[in-house]
Design a binder for this molecule. Structure first.
Ligand SMILES: *Cc1c(COP(=O)(O)O)cnc(C)c1O
Length: 392
């Protein structure tokens, strides 16, 4: 607890442990959300429905891709930057996998006039050159991880000078760096309770939007790495399910590269390789597990958020994992682009894949069903992946 108090935003730690049913969003954060384009629209996927020849199934999608840096992650980045600035901190430190979190935090730091230091998993740092440019353009300092900036980084580099890194290693580096630089705080982009609380703005908006559309979802689908975009959309609905105010099912879509909810064990585990974080009760593959690289790198994490893991344990959240070759995933993304017109992130394509599969299953069974998919991000900085995977 002493280590966390030194390295993290105090308000976030307070929220992490809070038992309050509601935590008000400060007026200043509401204004930051408006600046960042909230509320974000909910769309009916009429053209995709037509393409799939759906008669009984209605498909909707929430537009978290309409974000300054291209993903839902700005929702928590802005909140964390705001609280850090209020606590007198001058720098935000973090890890990033796919690069979405690093750019979201760099953006939030820049808006709030703070410094930002990003440790980026080398396997992705090396090929996502355009997102790297965006992070630098936002004024952040960015290091390929493992890096020479930290003890753990230097140790791993001695073992293998071309170490490809992992999210867990990058987390360890960020925590070590934050501990050594007193004016800085470590910010996490997923998994923890306070992150999912900040992201719940997605689901709260979506509940109102379904009211306006005079419809109701039977199934919420999202991609899941650590669980923040999935939780952001699902948790407000799940709360109402637990209170018996509505009926709704939840499906998390994953990669077989990191099938934490599908094949993981429900037990206490660390959030990072160097074992800096407290033990968290999660569905986990083990914090030292090596995972094969995939293009949807944001989904490559060894464990699922404790909140989502608990819901999975109680069979409220279900999960599916798609093959790591990602053929079915990129095919779904292409169908979505060519019908709905939006280029989505490889990660979000897992939500669309599962949404399509569930829609076709229900249609075949003659079942009426309303499915809502979360589009966690856009794919404009992932065109290299599209080119490679679809042979363009
Ligand atoms: C980070 C990210 C994810 C995966 O992280 P979660 O915490 O599981 O949401 C999914 N989609 C996009 C676009 C991301 O940036």
């Amino acid at each position: 607890m002493e280590f966390l108090g030194k390295t993290m935003v105090h308000e976030c730690l307070k929220q992490e442990m809070s038992a309050d049913p509601w935590i008000p969003i400060p007026e200043e954060i509401r204004e930051l959300y408006i600046q960042a384009g909230r509320p974000r629209p909910l769309y009916r996927a009429r053209r995709l429905e037509k393409y799939l020849k759906l008669k009984k199934v209605r498909l909707y999608y929430k537009r978290e891709d309409l974000s300054p840096t291209g993903s839902h992650k700005v929702n928590t980045a802005l909140a964390q930057a705001y609280y850090a600035a209020k606590e007198g901190k001058t720098a935000l430190v973090t890890e990033t996998g796919a690069g979405q979190w690093g750019s979201a935090l760099a953006y939030a730091a820049s808006i709030m006039g703070l410094k930002c230091v990003v440790f980026w998993v080398r396997a992705v740092y090396d090929w996502k050159t355009e997102r790297r440019t965006l992070i630098k353009l936002l004024g952040a300092e960015v290091h390929a991880s493992p890096s020479k900036e930290t003890n753990i980084g230097r140790t791993l580099l001695t073992q293998n000078s071309n170490h490809q890194g992992s999210l867990g290693i990058a987390v360890s580096e960020g925590l070590e760096y934050a501990e050594k630089h007193g004016d800085s705080v470590y910010c996490l982009g997923s998994v923890l309770n306070h992150v999912l609380i900040h992201q719940s703005v997605i689901g709260l908006e979506t509940i109102k939007q379904f009211e306006l559309a005079d419809d109701d979802p039977d199934l919420i689908v999202g991609c899941l790495g650590g669980g923040s975009n999935f939780g952001g959309l699902a948790l407000p609905f799940a709360g109402e399910v637990l209170q018996k105010k509505r009926e709704c099912e939840f499906l998390a879509s994953q990669s077989q590269a990191a099938p934490n909810l599908v094949e993981g064990e429900y037990r206490y585990d660390f959030g990072d390789v160097a074992e800096h974080t407290p033990l968290l009760k999660m569905y986990t593959l083990g914090h030292k597990t090596d995972m094969v690289p995939i293009k949807a790198d944001g989904l490559r994490y060894h464990a699922a958020a404790p909140l989502i893991s608990a819901l999975r344990h109680h069979n409220i959240v279900k999960a599916v994992a798609y093959p790591a070759d990602e053929k079915a995933i990129f095919e779904a993304a292409k169908i979505f682009l060519q019908t709905e017109g939006w280029l989505i992130a490889p990660e979000s394509s897992y939500a669309v894949r599962a949404g399509i599969d569930e829609a076709l299953k229900a249609e075949k069974a003659g079942q009426e069903k309303v499915i809502c998919m979360n589009i966690s991000g856009h794919g404009f900085l992932d065109l290299v992946a599209y080119k490679e995977k679809l042979g363009l």
